[in-house]
Design a protein around this ligand. Structure first.
Ligand SMILES: *[C@@H]1O[C@H](CO)[C@@H](O)[C@H](O)[C@H]1NC(C)=O
Ligand SMILES: *[C@@H]1O[C@H](CO)[C@@H](O)[C@H](O)[C@H]1NC(C)=O
Ligand SMILES: *[C@@H]1O[C@H](CO)[C@@H](O)[C@H](O)[C@H]1NC(C)=O
Ligand SMILES: *[C@@H]1O[C@H](CO)[C@@H](O)[C@H](O)[C@H]1NC(C)=O
Length: 283
């Protein structure tokens, strides 16, 4: 039942130039160390060992929309490992939106780092702890991106909102279509407790599963479509509806709760790091 619904929805959606699908191989392909990747119908399993990590990428790129995946992170000792789930364009002036999951020793919490790159510049990290153990079950991680803001959501809860503040001179990603990537790699020079805890290879392979992908975004075929001409048509797509111009009351309450209880680092508060605070940090 569910499968039939998803398939017919996906045909309808393709007709509308918007895609939704649960199938890994329709949307993605392995791009790094395919022998460390196991694909199933709607899931993909990534393995990291001392030889290599691995990763996959979407066949299309996307400009604006909603992209989500369910992810189950490395169980047990995940110290040193980084699971990255991100959208990125190509080249030195690329735009990029990141979820990066920083592993930890058994029993200590994972951190979720989010970042936004515009025109090649990132340095906009926030880090959050989570209100659940992300290694025992699948949880939903979503990018919602329109002409007003980017919302990073965890199980529907907004954990971060990056607003478009061009009137303040801040930049916002809005012209570059981005591919969807997932990868698992060794980041033990920085990821866990500031790089003090290294990956313990006797616990490898480290395993992460991504699944239940949903892509409801404006798809762009590399070399064929002009991303802006195709996707930047205010009013054409559901994500531009006025109901999507700001968070609703419940989302604002949730965001505040998360920022109060789970935010552990915010670049906008890091006065030691920046001589001049990034423009979007001003209220
Ligand atoms: C992007 O960055 C390059 C330098 O890396 C700069 O020349 C260009 O003007 C920037 N574009 C925008 C839209 O800010
Ligand atoms: C994940 O969350 C997004 C955003 O709320 C939602 O659109 C999507 O359907 C969810 N995916 C699953 C598999 O529940
Ligand atoms: C790992 O656990 C330590 C101790 O609880 C904590 O300080 C740190 O923020 C956690 N996460 C990472 C990624 O280091
Ligand atoms: C790595 O894990 C093994 C097996 O659990 C353990 O015996 C060893 O002490 C660990 N190494 C470090 C550096 O923690």
């Amino acid at each position: 039942m569910l499968r039939i619904f998803l398939l017919s929805f996906s045909y309808l959606a393709m007709f509308l130039n918007v895609m939704a699908s649960a199938y890994f191989s329709e949307l993605f392909e392995p791009i790094w160390a395919p022998d460390h990747i196991t694909t199933q119908e709607d899931h993909v399993i990534l393995n990291l060992d001392s030889a290599t990590g691995c990763g996959f990428m979407s066949k299309n790129k996307y400009l604006i929309g909603k992209i989500s995946a369910q992810i189950k992170l490395v169980q047990g000792d995940s110290a040193g490992t980084v699971t990255a789930y991100y959208l990125t364009a190509d080249g030195p002036n690329h735009d990029e939106l990141d979820f990066e999951f920083l592993g930890n020793v058994s029993g200590e919490p994972y951190l979720v780092q989010t970042n936004v790159f515009v025109n090649g510049t990132g340095d906009r990290e926030q880090r959050h702890s989570l209100w659940f153990d992300p290694t025992t079950d699948f949880h939903n991680y979503t990018f919602f991106w329109n002409h007003h803001f980017i919302i990073f959501q965890v199980d529907q809860v907004p954990i971060r909102v990056f607003e478009k503040k061009e009137e303040m001179g801040a930049q916002f990603p809005k012209t570059q279509a981005m591919g969807i990537h997932g990868s698992l790699w060794n980041g033990d020079d920085w990821a866990t407790q500031g790089g003090r805890v290294k990956t313990n290879w006797s616990h490898s392979p480290f395993v992460v599963t991504f699944g239940s992908f949903e892509v409801d975004a404006c798809a762009v075929s590399s070399g064929i479509d002009d991303a802006v001409a195709k996707c930047v048509k205010p009013g054409k797509f559901w994500w531009d509806k006025s109901s999507n111009k700001k968070l609703d009351k419940n989302q604002r309450r949730q965001l505040k709760m998360v920022q109060d209880k789970y935010l552990v680092y915010d670049y906008c508060k890091d006065t030691a790091r920046f001589t001049q605070m990034p423009r979007e940090c001003q209220n």
